[in-house]
Design a protein around this ligand. Structure first.
Ligand SMILES: C[S@@+](CC[C@H](N)C(=O)[O-])C[C@H]1O[C@@H](n2cnc3c(N)ncnc32)[C@H](O)[C@@H]1O
Length: 225
């Protein structure tokens, strides 16, 4: 559901930074390879890394890219060897986000980019991502144990964490929906829950977009200094 906003953000950011196709991009916590596919389609030499063998099998079945088993806390790459890293919806699932960002910074070349996205830790994100999307029967479209709200990271905390690990935040946007699209978004979740539409269709109906409001989730870019 995030792809309609995340995909264009990531490819435009890399393009604007002058990253030519063929440059080395690492997708940390690639999961089933949705973002890896976008990067591969854009022509980047992309490697997806994830500790879940089931996700890697799923990803390699439908995405033309390299995949490797591994955890973000211990990336199997030399220092300064990667042009850009994407880490999307991953840091809220790891035991040690500081260690993962530290590793990302280590493998990035100087001036290399990290594009990140993650949920904010607010009462509203708890209501939408946990209570509505994981628990409330008519709208629960995510596995009940997918997110642990206490692991969510606020933009301020992420800013401090990135700075400690030698990264400078270049830009930070909220990800959300316009209030007037809320009824359509809830209707899309209910239709998805009852199997009447696919996740892709739900994604287009929910209409996530970049926003100045970071209350639920945020996406941005950092650069290795
Ligand atoms: C919500 S999924 C996001 C997948 C993908 N980035 C996307 O947005 O489509 C979270 C992923 O983080 C992975 N993950 C969990 N712990 C990790 C770790 N320590 N290092 C790297 N990835 C991890 C999980 O296996 C899972 O695939």
């Amino acid at each position: 559901m995030l792809d309609p906003v995340r995909g264009p953000y990531v490819t435009t950011t890399l393009e604007n930074a002058g990253l030519d196709s063929g440059w080395r991009v690492l997708d940390v916590g690639c999961g089933g390879g949705f973002l890896t596919a976008t990067l591969s389609d854009a022509g980047y030499d992309v490697i997806g890394i994830d500790p879940s063998m089931a996700s890697l099998r799923e990803a390699s079945d439908h995405v033309q890219a390299k995949f490797a088993a591994g955890a973000g806390e211990c990336l199997p790459f030399p220092d300064n060897s990667i042009d850009a890293v994407t880490c999307s919806e991953v840091l809220e699932h790891v035991d040690d986000a500081e260690a993962v960002v530290g590793e990302i910074s280590r493998v990035l070349r100087r001036g290399g980019l990290l594009v990140f996205s993650l949920p904010n830790r607010t009462l509203l994100s708890r209501l939408v991502l946990i209570e509505l999307a994981q628990r409330f029967w008519p709208t629960r479209v995510l596995p009940e144990d997918l997110h642990d709200w206490s692991r969510f990271i606020s933009p301020v905390e992420f800013h401090r964490l990135a700075t400690r690990q030698g990264l400078v935040i270049d830009e930070l946007h909220g990800v959300g929906i316009r209030p007037r699209h809320l009824p359509a978004a809830v209707a899309a979740l209910i239709a998805l829950r009852t199997g009447r539409i696919s996740y892709a269709t739900a994604g287009s109906r929910v209409q996530l977009r970049l926003s100045p409001v970071k209350t639920i989730a945020f996406i941005g870019t950092a650069r290795k200094t």
